[in-house]
Design a binder for this molecule. Structure first.
Ligand code: FES
Ligand code: FE
Length: 384
């Protein structure tokens, strides 16, 4: 009961952000590499980018170079991109295709697509010092855990990876309010209609924080707020469990001019129709669901002040195979991306200013971002 002597507890309107050095110090970025990117599930490649046996892609995960390769049995596997002989980087190209084997360019040790050592020059019988056959697995490439979900390969460098179900799938369930709500979009069956790679001169956390709030929407996203009028209120629809922002009454599709898009994805339910859902899967993935396509962001933090963002626009195989015009739907979120990344780049230099030494503040519509900050503290310790 509230009496005149005990005033009601009022939540503060403004709560502090992280201090600026969280976004600039190499020491903190190194901690994030070790304790976040090398410990959690990291979304590495679209599985269909490695459609054929022998296709490989090299991905930087934290401080490690990871090789993802399609085997002759059709399986995707991930390995540390390091030769077991004397440690040369095995594949130096970012991506490519081999016929049967991966061959080290230094002394030509050769590995199968399953990672086993298959040949080493002048060691025809491959015997160890006791004359026994060399264990081709023990001297094979070091495997990295890999899971495929939503049509992407996710890798984890941890010795004991966290539960994929709890961490990755759990983030989607937490946002949509149901473990099956994403299934109808059948994201694994969709095809990449467009990919744009953005090289953003900003810390990865600024990009996450920006994605988590919509306080900026009315200011910098005129096209998006036209399609989703409730975003003009500055409330982040992505905060409320199960809520998708509704298209405006005059809007036909999620396109740059609100004109009609494509047919609704077959499994999307009527209550998901004409709605936009944004999902953050920490640390580096954003998934945007609309009725006729998916916009899927993967971040690759390169340094404290540089992040590569790969954004895929995914459509039904028919739309892509028939060469239908995706430009109006691509243009909407491409513009949103450019507006967001420009804002992040404008913020990055201020992170090393004395004006931001103690950070800034979160207004009520941004308060949920403090959960992200608490999570960072839990991951890498108290760096305040
Ligand atoms: Fe690879 Fe020698 S370092 S074969
Ligand atoms: Fe935005």
């Amino acid at each position: 009961m509230t009496t005149a002597d005990t005033p009601p507890v009022v939540a503060p309107a403004l709560i502090p952000t992280l201090g600026g050095r969280w976004y600039v110090e190499e020491r903190i970025f190194a901690s994030e590499q070790e304790r976040i990117f090398e410990q959690m599930w990291f979304c590495a490649v679209r599985s269909s980018d490695l459609a054929d046996a022998g296709r490989f892609k090299k991905v930087q995960v934290g401080r490690e170079s990871v090789l993802i390769v399609r085997g002759r049995d059709g399986q995707l596997r991930a390995f540390l991109n390091i030769c077991r002989h004397r440690g040369a980087m095995l594949c130096t190209e970012d991506e490519g295709q081999v016929r049967r084997n991966l061959r080290c360019p230094y002394h030509a040790w050769t590995y199968g697509l399953d990672g086993k050592l298959v040949a080493a020059p002048n060691m025809a019988a491959l015997k160890d010092e006791r004359g026994a056959d060399i264990d081709r697995v023990a001297y094979g490439l070091v495997p990295v855990a890999l899971r495929e979900w939503l049509g992407y390969a996710w890798v984890c460098l941890a010795d004991d990876p966290p539960s994929f179900e709890d961490s990755v799938m759990g983030a989607v369930t937490e946002r949509l309010g149901s473990p099956t709500a994403i299934d109808g979009y059948e994201i694994d069956t969709l095809r990449v209609g467009r990919r744009v790679v953005y090289d953003v001169a900003a810390n990865w956390k600024l990009i996450v924080e920006n994605f988590m709030e919509c306080y900026h929407c009315a200011t910098i996203h005129p096209e998006l707020t036209e399609v989703l009028p409730e975003f003009a209120d500055g409330l982040a629809a992505q905060v409320f469990v199960g809520h998708g922002a509704e298209f405006g009454p005059a809007i036909s599709g999620f396109t740059i001019d609100g004109s009609a898009g494509f047919d609704r994805l077959p499994g999307v339910s009527p209550d998901q129709d004409r709605r936009y859902y944004a999902i953050t899967i920490k640390p580096t993935v954003f998934v945007n669901l609309v009725p006729d396509h998916i916009i899927f962001h993967r971040m690759f933090p390169m340094s404290a002040d540089r992040t590569i963002v790969e954004c895929d626009w995914l459509y039904t195989p028919d739309v892509v195979a028939e060469g239908r015009d995706v430009s109006r739907s691509v243009e909407l979120f491409h513009r949103v991306n450019e507006q967001d990344f420009e804002a992040c780049e404008r913020t990055q230099p201020a992170m090393s200013s004395r004006a931001y030494r103690d950070g800034g503040v979160l207004v009520p519509a941004e308060h949920h971002i403090s959960e992200f900050h608490e999570w960072l503290h839990d991951c890498i310790g108290d760096e305040r």
